[in-house]
Design a protein around this ligand. Structure first.
Ligand SMILES: NC(=O)c1ccc[n+]([C@@H]2O[C@H](COP(=O)([O-])OP(=O)(O)OC[C@H]3O[C@@H](n4cnc5c(N)ncnc54)[C@H](OP(=O)(O)O)[C@@H]3O)[C@@H](O)[C@H]2O)c1
Length: 367
C-alpha cells in the first residue's frame, strides 16, 4: 500500500471552487498547465529542441497531465503481465505519467473475470514504488461480477475494490464509465463527494455521456453544491468524430472541462496496419476493426500516408498528433502491446503538424 500524497482535494463545492478561482484569477494554475479550452500546440514550448507540449490541467481541478495518456485495457488481455510491466516502465521512463484503467478491464478476454488491468498496475506500483509519480484514472459503472451502475452503495464498494487491486489509497480521477439512467445524478455525485472528502479520490469524470447528460449532471452539482465532473472521456479519432464534435465539444469549451479521448487509434486501424479484410487476423482486436474498412476509412488512411511521409513519421504518430492539436482536447488515450508501439505513441508528442496537414486530415475525415 502506498501512502497518500498530500493533495489539494477538489471537494470544494462548485460555488466555492468558482469563488477560489475568481479570487486567485485563472492564472492561479501553474503556467505549464493550460485549461482544456486552450488546448492545442503549446506556444510556450513550440519551436525549440524540446517540442513536447507542457502539462494541461483537467478542467478546474488540481490534476495536471501530459497530453498523452496510456490506455491499459490491453493489460491481462493482449499484453501479459511481463509485457505490461515493460510498457509501464518505458512510458514512465519517457517522462509520462497518466494511466487510464477501469475496474472491469479486461472482463472480455477468455479466462478473465475483471480487475486484471488494475491488479497489474497495482503490482507495478508495488514493484517500482512509483505510485506518486503517476496520475491514476480508473472507472466504475460498467458490468463486473454481475453488478453495474452508479448507485451510491455500488460506487462505495467498487472504489474500495479498485483501491485494493491498485494497492494505493487514492485515485486521481474517478470516472463514471457510462451513464446510469436508473440512478439520479445527485445520488452518484454525493457518493463521489464522500470519496473526495475522505481523500480517496481527487477529481471525477464522465465517460460515454452525451452533452445533455453532462449538462444535467453539471446543473445538479451547481444547485446542490456537489463536486462536478471536471473531465469527459468520449470516443474520438479521425474516423469516429460524432461522439465529441458538436454539442459535447461546445459544452466542454463553455464549461472549461478536460477531455481525454479513447480509442484514439480506432483500435489500431489508424496505424495503417489494416488495409483489407485479409489484414484483420493480425490481432485479437482485428474483429472490431472491420467496420472501418469502407471508402471513408481508406480515404483517411491515404491522407495519413501523405502526412506521415512528409514528416517521416508513423501513421500512429500523425493520428495522435491530430487529436493533440484539436481545440478542447486535453489528451488522447492510446494503448500499446509492444515497446515499439509505445515508442510510436510517445513520438506523437514531438510531431508538430502544419495547418496544411491538419486541413488535409480534416477533409479526408469529413462525413
Ligand atoms: N471509456 C471507455 O468506454 C473506453 C472504451 C475503450 C477504450 N478506453 C480506453 O482507451 C484506451 C485506448 O483505446 P483502445 O485500447 O480502444 O485502442 P486504441 O488506442 O485506439 O488502439 C490501440 C491498439 O492499436 C495497436 N497499436 C498501437 N500502436 C500501434 C502501432 N504503432 N502500430 C501498430 N499497431 C499499434 C495495438 O493493438 P494490437 O497490437 O493488438 O494490434 C493497441 O492496443 C484503452 O486502453 C482504455 O484505457 C475507454
Amino acid at each position: 500500500m502506498f501512502s497518500r500524497r498530500k493533495f489539494l482535494t477538489t471537494s470544494l463545492s462548485a460555488a466555492s471552487t468558482a469563488l477560489v478561482l475568481a479570487a486567485c484569477g485563472n492564472d492561479a494554475a501553474p503556467a505549464a498547465a493550460a485549461p482544456a479550452s486552450a488546448a492545442g500546440p503549446d506556444p510556450a514550448t513550440g519551436g525549440g529542441a524540446d517540442t513536447r507540449p507542457g502539462k494541461r490541467r483537467l478542467g478546474r481541478s488540481t490534476v495536471e497531465i501530459s497530453p498523452l495518456v496510456l490506455g491499459t485495457n490491453t493489460f491481462g488481455w493482449t499484453a501479459d503481465r511481463e509485457r505490461s510491466f515493460e510498457i509501464l516502465d518505458r512510458f514512465s521512463d519517457a517522462g509520462l505519467e497518466t494511466l487510464d484503467t477501469a475496474n472491469m478491464y479486461s472482463t472480455w478476454a477468455p479466462g478473465n473475470s475483471g480487475g486484471e488491468s488494475e491488479t497489474i498496475i497495482g503490482d507495478w506500483f508495488e514493484s517500482r514504488g512509483k505510485r506518486d509519480a503517476i496520475v491514476l484514472i480508473t472507472k466504475v459503472g460498467m458490468e463486473l461480477d454481475g453488478q453495474k451502475g452508479l448507485s451510491a452503495a455500488y460506487i462505495e464498494r467498487a472504489a474500495e475494490d479498485s483501491l485494493r487491486r491498485l494497492k494505493t489509497d487514492y485515485i486521481d480521477v474517478y470516472f463514471s464509465h457510462e451513464p446510469d439512467p436508473g440512478t439520479p445524478h445527485e445520488e452518484t455525485l454525493r457518493a463521489y463527494q464522500r470519496l473526495i472528502e475522505a481523500g480517496k479520490v481527487r477529481t471525477i469524470g464522465a465517460s460515454n455521456y452525451d452533452a445533455g447528460q453532462v449538462r444535467a449532471a453539471l446543473e445538479v452539482s451547481a444547485a446542490e453544491g456537489l463536486p462536478r465532473y471536471e473531465v469527459l472521456q468520449p470516443r474520438y479519432n479521425l474516423y469516429d468524430r460524432g461522439d465529441f464534435d458538436g454539442p459535447l465539444h461546445d459544452l466542454a469549451i463553455a464549461e472549461d472541462l478536460g477531455v481525454i479521448t479513447y480509442s484514439s487509434l480506432a483500435s489500431g486501424f489508424l496505424t495503417g496496419k489494416y488495409r483489407s479484410e485479409a489484414d484483420l487476423g493480425q490481432s485479437p482486436r482485428g474483429g472490431g476493426v472491420g467496420r472501418y474498412l469502407d471508402e471513408r476509412g481508406l480515404r483517411i488512411l491515404a491522407a495519413l500516408d501523405d502526412v506521415a511521409a512528409r514528416h517521416e513519421a508513423e501513421l500512429a504518430e500523425v493520428s495522435l498528433a491530430w487529436i493533440i492539436a484539436r481545440e478542447g482536447v486535453t489528451a488522447p488515450i492510446a494503448s500499446a502491446t509492444s515497446i515499439e508501439q509505445l515508442d510510436s505513441l510517445v513520438a506523437a508528442l514531438d510531431l508538430q503538424l502544419t495547418a496544411e496537414d491538419l486541413q488535409q486530415l480534416d477533409q479526408a475525415s469529413a462525413i
